[in-house]
Design a protein around this ligand. Structure first.
Ligand code: NAD
Length: 475
């Protein structure tokens, strides 16, 4: 498959990159292994398109965005299928990702209509000051494999409606769904060059994209070390950045927690997308009075989960996307075992039959996990949860915060005052108290500490693609 540049399917590099089915390693398709010429063409197309797009009335941009959302909904089965094949996640969940992303596009479109400038009442005769916002320019979006359309839409939906243009570089593991999405731009009737997609290896073309003089902003979601590299390159030309990075999110269960609420929520949120989920529950601190009961209930619920090929849509967890991600999670299990942890369930790679060629890791619970174990310190990005007990609430909060990450955290307590007090002390961009309901489009999402810079979604997500300008008027 070719790149989508300036409204055309084209590729300058003759090199190809293989996209594999993680279930059995078979070849799904080949995409362009872009080189510098592809970067140049895509950025130039976006830069030229910006000159017209920034002057397009916001009403027209909003109407186009709604058409794009409608097209995505129409194509959700086929884009969802591409996504399920390249990622291994169950088909229904992949189709849901496309439809929910369309919903986010509509939210951003509606919110954009409410964006305002202002002028302060200085009360000086013959003078006014106008405070306005302008679109930033060409935005480069770099996204990971795990939720390719959602994480692109976080950026693209805000950038385009605010008048920016975009070059999207999807993950090398899951580029097919993003290319399928580009076809929706054609159907919606967007002007050429407003949205472009180039595929390839981040390590090969990343620096060229991030340092390009015609690019104003980098919107990145991915690993914390990749984010640090990108921020360093972007800083040389003072580009604007939004970074959504890794997580190692803790849950605290107080002695008055409702286990019937907490257990299903943690199992769902810890193992969703085979644990390849940035703000999943990675580690749990349980009050000692509930510890054994919690472990038993978690084991029962986890053992009901099924593994399989996502496209068959008859399983809870698919394979992990690649060997690197699998090896990292598996090492954490081995590390915990070697340091005396108890494997409550799972802990093994499943082999034989349909599992033989994929990286299928059983959903794993590690009890008696202690702070020196990797499972309690490092991001897992796989279906493994560490569990520890505590006696003292303050110590549990301190342990939960003893991490370079700060993406999300979870508290379970019947006492809402206590839940809120703990939530206020947790160093995380989002905290859930007493259940883990789905996130809203209208509220900000992002990380503290090394989990990121800036916020996506909500009005803050839109503002992040604009620059404030102050105009002094004398008349
Ligand atoms: P990754 O960092 O390996 O890759 C992400 C993207 O960066 C890919 O498109 C890749 O090609 C590109 N890239 C790699 N090297 C680059 C370079 N030198 N310059 C420019 N681009 C480069 O991450 P991954 O393995 O695809 O995804 C997993 C990570 O993403 C996890 O750490 C996870 O926590 C994080 N993540 C964070 C969020 C969030 O919202 N905070 C959401 C999802 C995933």
């Amino acid at each position: 498959m070719k790149n989508y540049i300036n409204g055309e399917w084209t590729a300058f590099s003759q090199e190809e990159m293989h996209v594999l089915n993680p279930v059995d390693g078979s070849l799904l398709n080949s995409v362009c292994r872009s080189g510098l010429e592809d970067v140049e063409a895509a950025v130039n197309a976006a830069a030229i398109a910006f000159e017209t797009w920034k002057k397009t009335p916001i009403q027209e941009r909003v109407q186009l965005q709604k058409k794009l959302a409608a097209s995505m909904r129409k194509q959700s089965a086929s884009i969802g299928r591409q996504l399920s094949l390249e990622l291994g996640r169950p088909l229904t969940a992949c189709i849901h990702e496309i439809n929910r992303s369309a919903e986010l596009l509509e939210y951003y479109a509606e919110e954009a209509l409410r964006m305002k400038g202002y002028f302060p009442l200085t009360n000086v005769e013959g003078e006014k000051v106008l405070v306005t916002r302008e679109p930033l320019g060409v935005v480069v979006s770099i996204t990971p494999f795990n939720y390719p359309i959602t994480l692109l839409t976080f950026k693209m939906g805000a950038a385009l409606v605010m008048g920016c243009t975009m070059v999207s570089k999807p993950s090398e593991d899951t580029p097919l769904s993003t290319l399928a999405l580009a076809a929706c731009f054609e159907e919606a009737g967007y002007p050429a060059g407003v949205f472009n997609v180039i595929t390839g290896y981040g390590k090969e073309i990343g620096d060229a994209l991030v340092s390009h003089p015609k690019v104003t902003k980098i919107a990145f979601t991915g690993g914390t070390s990749t984010g640090a590299h990108i921020a360093g390159v972007a800083a040389r030309t003072h580009k604007r950045i939004t970074l959504e990075l890794g997580g190692q999110s803790p849950a605290i269960l107080c002695e008055d927690a409702d286990l019937d609420m907490a257990v299903p929520a943690i199992v769902k949120h810890g193992f969703a997308n085979t644990g390849q989920f940035c703000y999943r529950v990675n580690r749990v601190y349980v009050h000692e009075s509930l510890y054994e009961q919690f472990c038993q209930k978690m084991k029962e619920a986890t053992e009901k989960l099924t593994l399989g090929a996502g496209i068959e849509d008859n399983c809870d967890l698919g394979p992990m996307v690649n060997e690197k991600i699998f090896a990292n999670a598996f090492q954490q299990i081995e590390d915990a075992q070697s340091k005396g942890a108890r494997i409550l369930t799972g802990g093994k790679r499943r082999t034989g039959g349909i599992y033989e060629k994929g990286f299928f890791l059983e959903p794993t619970l590690i009890a008696e996990a202690s702070p020196e174990m990797k499972i309690m310190r490092e991001e897992t990005f796989g279906p493994v949860i560490g569990i520890a007990s505590f006696t003292n609430e303050a110590a549990a909060i301190q342990e939960a915060n003893a991490s370079p990450y700060g993406l999300a955290a979870y508290v379970f307590s019947h006492n809402i005052g206590r839940g809120l007090r703990i939530a206020e002390q947790l160093q995380a961009g989002s905290v859930w108290v007493n259940n883990i309901q789905r996130s809203y489009h209208s509220v900000p999402f992002g990380g503290m500490k090394q989990s990121g810079i800036g916020r996506e979604k909500g009005i803050h997500g839109l503002e992040a693609y604009t620059e404030l300008k102050t105009i002094y008027l004398n008349y």
